[in-house]
Design a protein around this ligand. Structure first.
Ligand code: PSV
Ligand code: MN
Length: 430
């Protein structure tokens, strides 16, 4: 088993950058102090923040047209964990991994849990897959899964989710994310109300099997693979379903699952207020569910989402406890580099949101002073928190510049030697 990046290499890179970091951190600290912000307090908050890696993200993704496999792609879940270990070793922001079943099936879950522990990782939400057919499965999901018109197909999809819970229990996970591709491609193809009723009926059976300390995350998506309608198309449907199921069910917001220009941060605020925000799948997009790296296109939007989250924590909204996960597809980059960069970007948005002057913002809102309010947000967003993030990584034993160390390590080349390409392997989303 690959044990990650040589600690000596990390240390020598850090040593070269340490002097600049010290100066930059001190300068930022002085700037923040002028704004009555204690940099070390922010540093501690950012250090406590983590975002989960999607196991499928370490494989090369693809589009509807083609997939271009990269060298050294993980062949199975143990390889995926190794890659996740490297990401966490260098960037120190991703202590958990979110698995997708059956993509990540293995013959010994205890062994997998042990391998994760050895890498300093644990398991976040389990993801079920009833959007593609598996080998030897009795019923096809071509026309739906949990909402299929056929009871046998629905039962099969329910049973798969129960299996995911059981696997997750063995791995120490405490959440199940359910996303279905169910919907329709033609007006008239599906009876909207009956399909939603069938969804409720199936998800109730899954909900009934949840251990007491688990949560069920319902993930909505406006379209794809169903291009006319989806059964759980938006946060409204998701909220109705989560409310019908009970307190352990909440709504997961994948940033790519909305119509262009939808105000996602406001959806987040609504779900927070309703006590129904499960958490996030972070990614970025320009047109649809593009699964681009978090904050690569619209970093301000990501910041505005975090602004709502920090406000909720600041105001101590009861039960506020979102789960943070990435959900991306990497088609032209090394997945490890993309995931480290996204994790740092998510951390950056969080740090910036912590810099918003909440009292001043409250006052500006009360006074209907739109210009001051928006300047307060911009002042936080435009603060370069890079030295703070570097310091947090350094404190935790990570790399000041994770991508540079990763490139210098030759990890990908070694992985390519150790992992000969396998037909159909590699994971990722096609
Ligand atoms: C669907 O587009 C989705 O966002 C869901 O989270 C899936 O489980 C994931 O992508 C992986 O394909
Ligand atoms: Mn998702």
């Amino acid at each position: 088993m690959n044990t990650g990046i040589d600690a000596g290499l990390v240390a020598s890179h850090n040593d070269k950058l340490q002097h600049h970091l010290q100066n930059d951190y001190q300068h930022l600290g002085e700037q923040l102090a002028r704004r009555h912000i204690d940099i070390d307090r922010v540093r501690a908050q950012v250090a406590a923040f983590g975002v989960a890696i999607p196991s499928w993200g370490v494989g090369t993704g693809g589009t509807r047209f083609a997939r271009f496999p990269g060298p050294g792609e993980p062949r199975h879940v143990f390889d995926k964990l190794e890659d996740c270990g490297v990401i966490h070793q260098l960037a120190r922001a991703t202590p958990t991994v979110s698995l997708h079943i059956p993509w990540d099936k293995c013959s010994d879950w205890r062994e997998l849990r042990g391998a994760a522990t050895a890498l300093g990782l644990s398991f976040d939400a389990m993801n079920s897959n009833t959007f593609s057919d598996q080998k030897d499965q009795a019923h096809s999901y071509k026309f739906g899964s949990l909402t299929h018109t056929d009871a046998g197909t629905r039962a099969q999809a329910v049973a798969h989710n129960l299996e995911c819970i059981e696997i997750g229990r063995q791995l120490g996970s405490t959440a199940l994310t359910v996303w279905v591709g169910d919907g329709s491609n033609f007006p008239g193809q599906q009876h909207f109300r009956r399909a939603f009723d069938r969804y409720l009926d199936s998800t109730r059976q899954i909900y009934a099997a949840l251990p007491a300390d688990w949560r069920m995350f319902l993930e909505h998506k406006i379209n794809e693979p169903a291009f006319y309608s989806t059964v759980i198309q938006d946060w409204g449907s998701s909220y109705l379903a989560a409310t019908a199921l009970g307190p352990q069910a909440q709504c997961l917001v994948d940033l790519g699952h909305h119509a262009p220009n939808v105000n996602i941060e406001m959806i987040v605020a609504r779900l927070v207020a309703a006590g129904k925000l499960a958490g996030f799948h972070f990614n970025d997009s320009k047109y649809g569910d593009d699964d681009l790296d978090a904050g690569s296109v619209s970093p301000y939007r990501l910041f505005l989402v975090f602004n709502e989250l920090v406000a909720a924590a600041h105001e101590q909204v009861p039960g506020f406890d979102p789960a943070y996960m990435l959900d991306q597809s990497h088609n032209v980059t090394d997945p490890i580099e993309s995931l480290m960069t996204s994790a740092v970007q998510v951390q950056r948005s969080y740090a910036q949101a912590l810099l918003v002057d909440r009292d001043a913002l409250d006052a500006a809102q009360e006074a209907n002073d739109a210009m001051t309010a928006t300047h307060l947000l911009k002042a936080a967003f435009q603060t370069d928190v890079t030295p703070l993030l570097q310091q947090v990584r350094r404190d935790a034993g990570g790399a000041i510049d994770p991508v540079a160390v990763y490139r210098a390590s030759g990890y990908r080349r070694q992985a390519a030697e150790a992992r000969p390409a396998v037909a159909g392997g590699g994971g990722g989303i096609v």
